[in-house]
Design a protein around this ligand. Structure first.
Ligand SMILES: CC(=O)N[C@H]1[C@@H](OP(=O)(O)OP(=O)(O)OC[C@H]2O[C@@H](n3ccc(=O)[nH]c3=O)[C@H](O)[C@@H]2O)O[C@H](CO)[C@@H](O)[C@@H]1O[C@H](C)C(=O)N[C@@H](C)C(=O)N[C@H](CCC(=O)O)C(=O)O
Ligand SMILES: Nc1ncnc2c1ncn2[C@@H]1O[C@H](COP(=O)(O)OP(=O)(O)OP(=O)(O)O)[C@@H](O)[C@H]1O
Ligand SMILES: N[C@H](CCC[C@H](N)C(=O)O)C(=O)O
Ligand SMILES: [Mg+2]
Length: 487
C-alpha cells in the first residue's frame, strides 16, 4: 500500500480531479487485473486503447485513474490524473511505488539487434563467479542469485521490472544485468530507471513490422543512450556502422570496443574453432568456450563493461574464460554417428549469416551443412525472403519450416521465405511445414561429419500455432533423432 501522492511524486500531471490522499493497493495497466484500491493506468496500445477500459476499471474498484484524456463520464469518489504520456507516467510511478530499486544496485542494460541475451547472461554469470549477488532480466529467463523466475518478454513491463528489481535489492544484489529491447524503449518500459551502464551490440534488420523504418528502430536504441545519467558509462561497438550514433547525445562516459577499429577495448581473434575462441584481449591471450567471431564481440563487450564497473582485468578474463553463455546459442552436440548438431537462436538475417559463416569457417573440408529454418508469424515479414536467401547462400541443403507461426498461416510464411530464392537456391531447398518432420528429415539426410543447424528457436520450449503453445524443444528433437538413427 502507498499513498497516491507518493506514487505521483515527480510525475508531471496536467490536471488532477479528486483527492490524492487515498491509499493505493497496486498499479495496473490492464483493466482485467483491477482490484479494489488499484491505480489504473490507461495506456494507448498497438491493438486497443486502454482509455476505453476506464469505466470497467472504475466498476471493478479502481481508486484512481491515470489517463491522457479525461473520460466523458467521471465518478465522484475516484481520482483522475491527466498526464501527457501514460506509459511514461507508468514507469515513473512504478519506480516510486517500489522506492526506486534501480538506484540501490548497479543496473546495466544491453541493447542491439543481436547478442543482448548473450552479453547480459555472460555478465550475470561472470559477476556471480566473482562472488557478487546478481540479478538477470533476459529473453531466456529472469534470475535472482541463481533462482529462476520465468520471463514472458525480453524486457518486462514497467511494473514487473521495478518489482523484480525490488526483489533483487531485498535479496542483497549488487548488480542487475538486463536486456533493453527496442520495443521496451519505444513503449517506455525503462522510464524511471537509473542505469549505471549501457552496452550497444549491433544494429541490423529486425522488427520493421513494429518500428516501420530502420531509422525509427535506430532512434529507439539511441533513446536509451540519450537518457543515461552522467554517472553511467555508455559502451558501444564502434565496428558497427551505427555504433557512434549511440554516443552522439549521451551524457554518460563514452567508451568503445572493437575488433577492427581503434577503440578503448580491443580484441583480436587468434583462433576460432568448435572448441572455442582464442582471443588477444588487452594484450592477454585467453581461450574462451564461446564459438564464432560474433561471440568475440560479445566477450569483448562483457570484458569492457566489467572493467568499467571497476573489476580487475585478470580476474575478469580468468572467470570469463570458463563461461558458456546463454542456453540455445550455438549449442552443439555430436551424434553417435558423428553428425554435428547445432541449435542456435538466429532469427534475423544477420544472425543467420553470422552463425552460418562461423560454421563455414570452422567446418572440416567435406562436411555438408544442412540448415532448418523458419520465420516467426506476426513479426517483420520483410526479413523472411532475406533469411531464406542467406540460409541458401551458406548451406548445402535448406529445409524451410515453421517457427512460431502465431496467428498466421504457416504455409504462407514459408511462401514468403521462398520468394527470396533463385532457381538454383530452390534446387537445394525443401519445405516441410511440420518442424518435427523437418528436423527428422535433416537428420536422415546427414552423414558422418555433416552439420545440422536448427536455427531460430534456441532455448524456446514451445511452438505457437494459431495462438496455442505446445511443447517443442529443438535440442530435444535433435537428440531424439540422433539416438534413433544410432540404433
Ligand atoms: C507489440 C508489443 O510490443 N505489444 C506489447 C504492448 O501491448 P499492446 O500495445 O499491443 O497492448 P494492447 O493490447 O493494444 O492494449 C493497450 C492497453 O490496454 C490495456 N487493456 C487491454 C484490454 C483490456 O481488456 N483491458 C485493458 O486495460 C492493455 O493492458 C494495455 O495496457 O504492451 C504489453 C504490455 O507491456 C506487452 O505485453 C505487449 O507485448 C506483446 C505481447 C509482444 O509480443 N511483444 C513483443 C513483440 C516484444 O515486446 N518483444 C520484445 C523483444 C523483441 C526483441 O528484441 O527481439 C520484448 O521486450 O519482449
Ligand atoms: N554479437 C552478435 N552479433 C551478431 N549476431 C549475434 C551476436 N551475438 C549473437 N548473435 C546471433 O544472434 C542470436 C541471438 O543471440 P542473443 O539471444 O544473444 O540475441 P538477443 O539480442 O538477445 O536476441 P532477442 O532480440 O531475440 O532477445 C544467436 O543465437 C546468434 O546466432
Ligand atoms: N524476441 C523475438 C524472438 C523471435 C524468436 C523466433 N523464434 C520467433 O518466434 O519469431 C521476437 O519476439 O520477435
Ligand atoms: Mg534476447
Amino acid at each position: 500500500m502507498k499513498y497516491l501522492s507518493e506514487i505521483l511524486n515527480g510525475v508531471p500531471a496536467t490536471e488532477l480531479q479528486g483527492a490524492d490522499d487515498m491509499q493505493i493497493t497496486g498499479i495496473v495497466f490492464d483493466s482485467r487485473k483491477v482490484v479494489p484500491g488499484s491505480l489504473f493506468v490507461a495506456v494507448r496500445g498497438t491493438v486497443v486503447d486502454g482509455h476505453d477500459y476506464i469505466e470497467q476499471a472504475v466498476k471493478d474498484g479502481a481508486a484512481a485513474i491515470i489517463c491522457e484524456d479525461l473520460p466523458g463520464h467521471t465518478a465522484g469518489e475516484v481520482a483522475y490524473i491527466m498526464v501527457a504520456n501514460s506509459a511514461v507516467a507508468l514507469g515513473q510511478m512504478a519506480a516510486n511505488f517500489y522506492a526506486h530499486p534501480s538506484t540501490k544496485l548497479k543496473l546495466v542494460g544491453v541493447t542491439g539487434t543481436n547478442g543482448k541475451t548473450t552479453v547480459a547472461t555472460l555478465l550475470y554469470q561472470l559477476f556471480r563467479d566473482m562472488g557478487y549477488k546478481c540479478g538477470l532480466l533476459s529473453t531466456v529467463e529472469n534470475q535472482i542469485n541463481g533462482n529462476v523466475i520465468p520471463a514472458t518478454h525480453t524486457t518486462p513491463n514497467q511494473v514487473e521490472l521495478n518489482s523484480l528489481l525490488n526483489d533483487m535489492v531485498n535479496q542483497g544484489c549488487d548488480y542487475c544485468f538486463m536486456e533493453v529491447s527496442s520495443h521496451a524503449v519505444a513503449q517506455h518500459r525503462i522510464e524511471g530507471l537509473v542505469f549505471a551502464g549501457a552496452i550497444f551490440t549491433n544494429l541490423t534488420h529486425d522488427h520493421l513490422d513494429y518500428h516501420k523504418t530502420f531509422d525509427n528502430y535506430l532512434k529507439a536504441k539511441k533513446a536509451f543512450f540519450d537518457t543515461l545519467p552522467k554517472s553511467a558509462f555508455a559502451l558501444t561497438n564502434i565496428d558497427d556502422k551505427n555504433g557512434n550514433v549511440m554516443l552522439q547525445n549521451t551524457k554518460a562516459t563514452k567508451k568503445s570496443y572493437a575488433l577492427r577499429s581503434l577503440a578503448d577495448f580491443k580484441a583480436k581473434i587468434l583462433e576460432n574453432q568448435f572448441g572455442g575462441l582464442l582471443l588477444q584481449i588487452d594484450g592477454e591471450e585467453v581461450w574462451f568456450k564461446m564459438v564464432g567471431s560474433f561471440n568475440a564481440y560479445n566477450l569483448l563487450a562483457v570484458y569492457g563493461a566489467a572493467v568499467l564497473l571497476g573489476q580487475d582485468k585478470t580476474k575478469v578474463l580468468t572467470s570469463l574464460s570458463k563461461l558458456h553463455g546463454a542456453e540455445g546459442r550455438f549449442d552443439y552436440t555430436i551424434s553417435p554417428n558423428k553428425v554435428i548438431g547445432i541449435v542456435d537462436y538466429a532469427h534475423t538475417p544477420d544472425a543467420v549469416q553470422n552463425v552460418l559463416s562461423t560454421i563455414h569457417d570452422i567446418r572440416k573440408g567435406t562436411s555438408k551443412v544442412i540448415t532448418i529454418i523458419g520465420c516467426g508469424g506476426d513479426r517483420d515479414k520483410t526479413k523472411r525472403p532475406i533469411m531464406a536467401k542467406v540460409a541458401c547462400q551458406w548451406s548445402d541443403k535448406v529445409i524451410l519450416t515453421s517457427d512460431n507461426p502465431r496467428s498466421e498461416d504457416p504455409e504462407q510464411i514459408i511462401k514468403d521465405m521462398e520468394a527470396g530464392l533463385s532457381a538454383d537456391d530452390k534446387k537445394k531447398t525443401i519445405s516441410i511445414t511440420n518442424r518435427h518432420e523437418a528436423i527428422k528429415t535433416a537428420c536422415h539426410l546427414a552423414s558422418a561429419g555433416d552439420i545440422v543447424l536448427v536455427a531460430g528457436k534456441g532455448h524456446e520450449k514451445y511452438q505457437e500455432i494459431k495462438g496455442v503453445r505446445s511443447h517443442f524443444d529443438d535440442k530435444e528433437e535433435l537428440l531424439n533423432n540422433f539416438n534413433q538413427l544410432a540404433q
